[in-house]
Design a protein. Structure first.
Length: 592
């Protein structure tokens, strides 16, 4: 039976007692047997695989870089790089955009280092420091005026750029040369270009602030001669067209602020009582922005007051008799004199009226003497007397001038909706929703009325209603998924690098090296035990079987002779006696 087995075991002459060649020698030997084209393709493929593997490893280990600033304009790039190098902060320059990139972990530290070194972004505007430069001896007046205008433009641009929402600004001034002729007098004009940050805009009040800033900085420049334009070409300083809209916008903002303030008052008074998300309150205010001025004047006739009094007394007398009345009668001769017929008649006539200027006679016919002068008293001539009195009285009068304040509240409307209250059963701990009672709602109404300053005279209304809220009213804030976290992509990048290297090694390099080391199927995969060849008869006559073990042993084919087979069996027994014993044991069991 041993002879039969020996006949069926193939062996190779000259392989008895010899060890297989080393891996490196086998690789070089099999590589030398290939054609030149195949050798070149194999080497190029191996080099490309190794290069790709290194690139993937470097990519997976590369840190995340972010731009240090959005733009390095206005900064000394060399100074920035020197400061980062001194602080041991690695950086790189993006080749396409030229942006300076640093690691995301070092971004805050790099900016702090630059700020500590006094490196900050500056605009490209030139201010009044241009006047500090030395000017040539032959500098003309035109160049001096141009430098001053350029410095003024730069200073205005810097001031405007410091405002919020404005990224950069440019100012152009057109200042005409002064003339002594009135007809050639021209006013200066100005135009301002503002560049705003993305997603931001200027309010009308801010535009008017820029217009006033520029107008008051240039002599004889009026606000109507200032034009403000943004980077999109929109005209922002159209005052005549937007004045009414600007006023309407201000009124709208004032109304919204007032409503927000009143709503906040209601929330402050209800939140400690009801809790968060247990009520909703809204306030609507009717505000009157009309300007009304009134003047009233009233009199009280029951309280007169003497304001002024004027009295005139006039008396005129003449020392000579009348000279006659102008006219025809005074030019006629006097009439004939008549003498009394008797003495009694003359005496009686003497007692009659005495002509003016004639001596006065007493009852005895004697002249009356003036004791002061000792001269006879004469009858007085006729005199004129006039008395005039003027009194001015002033009545009680009051004048009032009233101007109503704009933004007066005409009416307030407050609406509050309250959710049901939660009652907890102390026995089992269950919570139930119970509506509020009418008394409780009335107390809430009084609280809201006092909070907003309720005035029934102007028609204010406050409504507090109890309605159960919907269960799905709350806004669900979704959790940030793990794949959106920054650390996740770092791990994924490293895992992809490891997987790619494993696929490259075990899927590409290992099969290629095995193919080079074992060309044309000289070695079979796996181990073939000696007992497995029993019963194969002549099926392995032309095959070479490899027995696995510490060292691979190639069994010769049956056609190589008995000695070669015997030497192969001896080598097998010497190399692995345990396996041979196992084979013999299986043979004995099979014979039994």
């Amino acid at each position: 039976m041993a002879e039969a087995v020996a006949d069926n075991v193939p062996a190779k002459a000259g392989a008895t007692g010899s060890k297989p060649p080393m891996f490196g020698l086998a690789f070089l030997q099999n590589l030398s047997e290939m054609t030149m084209l195949r050798q070149v393709g194999l080497m190029v493929g191996l080099a490309a695989s190794v290069a790709i593997g290194f690139a993937v490893v470097l990519w997976s280990q590369q840190p995340d870089y972010k731009p240090l600033y959005g733009s390095l304009s206005g900064m000394d790039t060399k100074q920035v790089m020197d400061t980062l190098a001194q602080a041991d902060i690695p950086y790189t320059v993006e080749p396409n955009s030229g942006a300076l990139l640093v690691k995301s972990d070092d971004l805050a530290r790099a900016r702090i280092k630059l700020a500590g070194a006094g490196i900050a972004q500056t605009d490209g505007n030139v201010g009044f420091e241009i006047l500090d430069k030395d000017q040539g001896l032959g500098t003309s007046q035109f160049m001096e005026a141009t430098r001053y205008r350029r410095g003024l433009e730069g200073e205005l641009a810097r001031t405007i750029s410091s405002l919020n929402n404005i990224k950069a600004a440019r100012v152009h001034l057109a200042i005409p040369k002064s003339s002594v002729f009135v007809r050639d007098d021209r006013k200066p004009t100005a135009s301002v270009l503002v560049e705003m940050y993305a997603g931001r805009s200027l309010e009308p009040g801010q535009v008017m602030a820029i217009v006033n800033l520029v107008a008051t900085s240039v002599p004889e420049l009026t606000k109507s001669q200032v034009t403000v334009v943004d980077q999109k070409g929109n005209l922002l300083s159209d005052q005549a067209e937007n004045s009414e809209l600007t006023m309407a916008g201000k009124q709208f903002d004032y109304t919204r602020r007032m409503e927000t303030m009143l709503t906040q008052r209601v929330q402050n008074i209800l939140q400690p009582v009801l809790g968060n998300d247990r009520y909703k309150a809204e306030v609507s205010a009717d505000v009157d922005f009309s300007a009304v001025e009134s003047t009233a004047e009233s009199f009280n006739p029951d309280q007169p007051a003497l304001r002024s009094e004027q009295t005139t007394n006039e008396q005129r007398s003449s020392s000579s008799g009348p000279q006659g009345v102008p006219g025809a009668l005074s030019n006629q001769p006097p009439g004939p004199a008549t003498a009394p017929q008797n003495a009694t008649a003359g005496a009686a006539g003497a007692t009659g009226p005495i002509a003016p200027g004639q001596p006065l006679l007493d009852a005895n016919g004697q002249q009356i003497m003036d004791p002061a002068t000792g001269q006879p008293m004469l009858a007085p001539y006729p005199s004129d007397k006039r008395n005039q009195s003027t009194k001015n009285f002033e009545l009680d009068r009051s004048i009032s001038h009233t101007k109503q304040q704009q933004g007066k509240i005409n009416r307030l409307s407050v609406a509050v909706v309250v959710d049901d209250q939660v009652k907890v059963n102390p026995a089992n701990g269950e919570s139930t929703m119970v509506p509020w009672t009418a008394d409780q709602l009335a107390r809430f109404t009084r609280l809201v009325q006092d909070a907003v300053g309720f005035d029934a005279a102007r028609g204010d209304s406050v409504s507090v209603i109890n309605v159960p809220f919907s269960t799905d009213r709350g806004e669900v804030i979704p959790d940030i998924p793990f794949y959106s976290q920054p650390w996740f992509w770092d791990i994924v990048k490293q895992a992809m690098g490891v997987i790619f290297i494993l696929v490259l090694v075990f899927g590409v390099l290992r099969p290629v090296l095995n193919n080079i080391t074992n060309p044309k199927g000289k070695h079979a995969d796996g181990d073939v035990e000696l007992g497995g060849m029993v019963g194969l008869d002549g099926e392995l006559a032309n095959d070479r079987v490899s027995l696995g073990g510490p060292q691979s042993i190639l069994l010769p084919s049956p056609s190589e002779g008995y000695d070669a087979q015997l030497n192969a069996i001896k080598s097998l027994v010497a190399e692995d006696p345990a396996r041979v014993a196992q084979v013999v044991k299986e043979w004995i069991n099979t014979d039994e």
